[in-house]
Write a protein that binds this ligand. Structure first.
Ligand code: ADP
Length: 460
């Protein structure tokens, strides 16, 4: 708004000036009395004008400046201040206006900071969040929410939730949260390029201090990993049960036959007893491997770390694998560049070597060759087990270290395998901070390489 009195005052002064000029022109024709009268009137006009100017400058101008500032504050410009010098009550008024402006600007800064903090928290939570008002309009969606649906803020804010949120299950939870005024939970599958994601959605009603419904908050939890763990657990239990069932059924069947005296001669009896013995050994291996795995996976599992001489470990396990190799006439080689001492769990290292060399012998046909090499490369001590065996299909390689994963189930069973050997090896390698890698070619052979970081080791 423009100052009220500025224009009328200047017009007024102009008027006075014009009057003076006109009166000057008339004066030349008038008598002395008239001249004196007009002079008095002129002087009165001048005094009145000066008084008006004084009043304008002292009271009206400062007030109009204050009004200007207040208007700016009302429009949200909290940086506006009254800078016009005034005195008395108007100076106090200006001071109060400036103080109010300062408080408003501080409040705004604090509010902005709080909003920013809240948005940072909302945008960095692992759950998707959206806020719907009581009429169903979306007011807020966080980053996770947008990333789950691959959309932008503009696709949601200001729209009715049922127009822009496509998933029916989410819509239903919001509807029911409004209807029953309580938290509503559901889960659904969200297809994505990287595979299906499992989402749990909770819609919770929001109430004001008078317990009136003011809207709802939608929370989306990505439970894919939990679901995968649950599925893995289920699979594991199913696998263990299956693995146990086969030898137990066999043992029970042959034991029943023996008990019923159905074995007609000593030879058959011995054959059945042998089967029972082999199947119970298989059970024993399975239970032992399961126990090893569960020990390794315990939260409080501790390696028994000591300075372990690798050649002593090899010397310990060598007779076991040598016997196995001799049965198949397999040549067993062993190369070690120099003596290595690892800061590691010796028993667990032995298990790695037994499992890898044992597998190499099992999956290599008679007359083949298995070579164990220990050397160093860059920052790692490298243990390599290479065979000239049946090899592994490239498609099977990524799943090879999963529990109970076997390329050829029948062959694995015949070798007395439990399907847990490589899972155990991988676990032991990883708890030592190492890495395992496999290369293989069908009918040419396989090569398993384990690397341990040198900082955990030293050589002599
Ligand atoms: P298993 O007790 O069946 O040997 P592992 O976990 O030790 O179980 O090995 C998993 C599977 O990987 C085996 O069933 C076998 O199919 C394959 N495998 C492991 N080592 C070799 C190897 N050296 N050559 C060929 N196949 C192998």
């Amino acid at each position: 708004m423009k100052p009220l009195f500025k224009k009328p005052l200047s017009l007024y002064l102009l008027g006075v000036l014009a009057l003076l000029i006109v009166s000057g022109a008339i004066l030349s024709r008038l008598t002395d009395e008239y001249i004196i009268l007009i002079a008095i009137l002129g002087i009165e006009f001048i005094i009145l004008s000066m008084m008006l100017l004084y009043v304008y400058n002292k009271y009206l101008k400062p007030i109009s400046k204050a009004v200007e500032t207040i208007e700016e504050l009302v429009q949200g410009n909290y940086r506006a201040r009254v800078r016009y010098q005034a005195q008395g009550m108007i100076a106090d008024l200006n001071q109060n206006i400036n103080q109010l402006a300062r408080s408003l600007s501080e409040l705004t800064i604090q509010e902005e900071m709080k909003t920013k903090q809240l948005l940072t928290v909302l945008n960095n939570t692992e759950s998707g969040l959206a806020l719907v008002d009581e009429k169903g309009y979306l007011h807020l969606v966080n980053r996770k929410f947008l990333s789950l649906f691959n959309k932008s803020k503009d696709d949601y804010i200001g729209y009715l939730y049922y127009d822009v949120i496509e998933d029916e299950k989410i819509q239903n939870t919001v509807q029911e949260a409004f209807l029953y005024e309580k938290n509503i939970k559901q889960s659904f599958t969200l297809p994505s390029d990287a595979g299906d994601r499992y989402i749990e959605v909770v819609s919770a009603p929001i109430f004001n201090e008078r317990q009136m419904l003011k809207g709802a908050v939608i929370v989306l939890y990505d439970i894919t990993e939990l679901k995968q763990v649950a599925m893995m657990r289920k699979d594991f239990v199913a696998n263990v049960s299956h693995e146990l069932k086969t030898p137990i059924t066999s043992i029970k069947g042959f034991a029943e036959t023996l008990l019923d005296n159905k074995a007609t001669n000593k030879e058959t009896e011995n054959h059945f007893l042998n089967i029972i013995y082999e199947e119970s050994s298989r059970l024993q291996f399975l239970v032992e491997d399961l126990l090893t795995l569960s020990t390794l996976e315990k939260d409080d599992f501790q390696l028994k770390i000591s300075n372990t001489n690798l050649s002593e470990i090899v010397a310990d396990m060598w007779p076991m694998v040598k016997l196995q190799a001799e049965k198949k006439n397999i040549t067993l080689n062993y190369f070690m560049e120099k003596e290595y001492i690892l800061t590691a769990d010796g028993e667990k290292l032995k298990q790695i070597l037994i499992n890898l060399v044992g597998n190499a012998i099992s999956y290599t046909p008679d007359e083949g060759e298995v070579t164990l090499t220990i050397d160093e490369i860059d920052q790692f001590i490298r243990i390599n087990v290479k065979d000239t065996g049946i090899g592994i299909n490239q498609d099977d390689l990524p799943r090879l270290f999963e529990r109970f994963y076997r390329v050829d189930k029948a062959r694995s069973r015949n070798t007395g395998g439990t399907g847990l050997g490589l899972a155990i090896v991988k676990h032991i390698v990883e708890v030592h901070g190492g890495k395992i890698n496999v290369e293989s070619e069908i009918n040419k052979g396989s090569s398993f390489t384990v690397c341990f970081p040198k900082e955990l080791t030293f050589t002599n």
